[in-house]
Write a protein that binds this ligand. Structure first.
Ligand code: MRU
Length: 347
């Protein structure tokens, strides 16, 4: 099942806020509600919000009542900006809407309905390509996984974070399907718990052996020789190989590097943003502190009712901590600045 799809003029999303308790598909016909769904994390994960933004743009195209092509393109531009600003760290929504806008601007002879159809056609193509790209990445990523590996995985990078299959979790899934005996230590991934809610749910479906660990246990497993590899995804990779990913990835990578455990981000090339020199230029989302505070333990709220909190949603893992970056075009090794540019130039 796809995380996001278009059906008869309606965008359908798996509501990831409700998993693992309930598998619910929600429907959208208004691009503004799609922007809210991205912000509220009904859908999340960089490639999934990219594909969703593409279908959101298609909704905007069909909803526009402009009578000129120029007016339609300007309505699309406004919708594109709203969809992209819903979550700032992932480059994917911007990459998707930009690709669609460039495509529709290419042919000035198109009429209104042809332009609308082209927006949808391109959004659908991007969604389909996402699945194919994930399968390619999984082939490369699984070649780095050996029989007997114990892999620490951060956040959720599986089918739910993409249109289908996944990035880092896709590589793990393929290694499992190749018959390799692997075990996954699932970082619970505070504060939204994408690990214990979503990754654990997916691993259950695939029959992959796992245990959930709290994020702060990773250092123990790495130092004691009880973890052999670290895999995660990314929301954006800068030109020098610095990686923006879910908060906690930096500490995990530091502990891995200190113990000579390899660290592998698995990312589609569309997540690599050569326009940004390094990770300091990547915008990091800060979310509502209630996501940190609204947690209960044994039925009682944990934090004092007046407590304040910070909720930084992503961090930067400097490229010096990264062993290699897995993409659909191959495994990229340091020096990243040179090698990322080289792979992206080879369109
Ligand atoms: O806040 P989220 O759940 O959208 O964060 C998702 C991640 O950090 C993933 O690791 C990232 O998007 C890569 S997933 C293919």
């Amino acid at each position: 099942m796809r995380t996001v799809y278009w059906e008869n003029g309606v965008v359908k999303l798996i509501d990831q806020r409700r998993l693992p308790a309930v598998l619910e598909i929600v429907s959208y016909t208004d691009y503004k509600k799609i922007a809210v769904a991205i912000k509220d994390m009904v859908v999340r994960g960089a490639p999934a919000i990219g594909a969703t933004a593409g279908f959101g743009l298609a909704l905007a195209a069909f909803a526009s009542n402009s009578s000129s092509r120029k007016g339609l393109l300007s309505d699309l531009q406004a919708a594109a900006e709203e969809l992209v600003s819903a979550r700032p760290t992932a480059v994917n929504p911007g990459w998707v809407v930009n690709r669609i806008m460039v495509r529709v601007a290419q042919d000035e002879s198109l009429g209104l309905s042809e332009t609308r159809n082209l927006v949808l056609q391109e959004a659908q193509l991007i969604a389909d390509e996402d699945v194919a790209i994930n399968l390619e990445m999984a082939k490369y990523g699984s070649s780095l996984i050996s029989d007997g590996d114990v892999i620490i995985h951060h956040c959720n990078t599986g089918s739910l974070a993409t249109v289908d299959w996944g990035t880092a979790l896709g590589a793990i899934r393929m290694a499992h399907e190749q018959g390799k005996k692997i075990h996954v230590l699932v970082d619970e991934t505070r504060p939204r718990l994408q690990g214990s809610r979503l990754t654990a749910w997916e691993l259950d479906q695939y029959g992959i052996s796992y245990e959930i660990i709290s994020d702060n246990m990773a250092g123990y497993f790495l130092r004691s020789g009880n973890a052999t590899k670290v895999f995660f995804g990314a929301d954006r990779v800068a030109a020098n190989g610095d990686v923006a990913n879910k908060i906690g990835t930096y500490m995990l990578s530091l502990a891995a590097k200190d113990n000579n455990i390899p660290v592998y981000p698995v990312v589609p090339t569309s997540t690599i943003d050569l326009s940004l020199r390094d990770g300091d230029q990547i915008p990091l989302e800060e979310r509502d502190p209630r996501e940190v505070l609204d947690i209960s333990f044994q039925g009682e709220r944990v934090a004092p009712i007046e407590a304040q909190a910070r909720n930084i949603a992503f961090d930067i893992t400097p490229h010096r901590l990264v062993t290699a970056i897995v993409t659909e075009r191959g495994i990229i090794h340091p020096p990243f600045e040179e090698n990322l540019a080289g792979v992206l130039r080879n369109e």
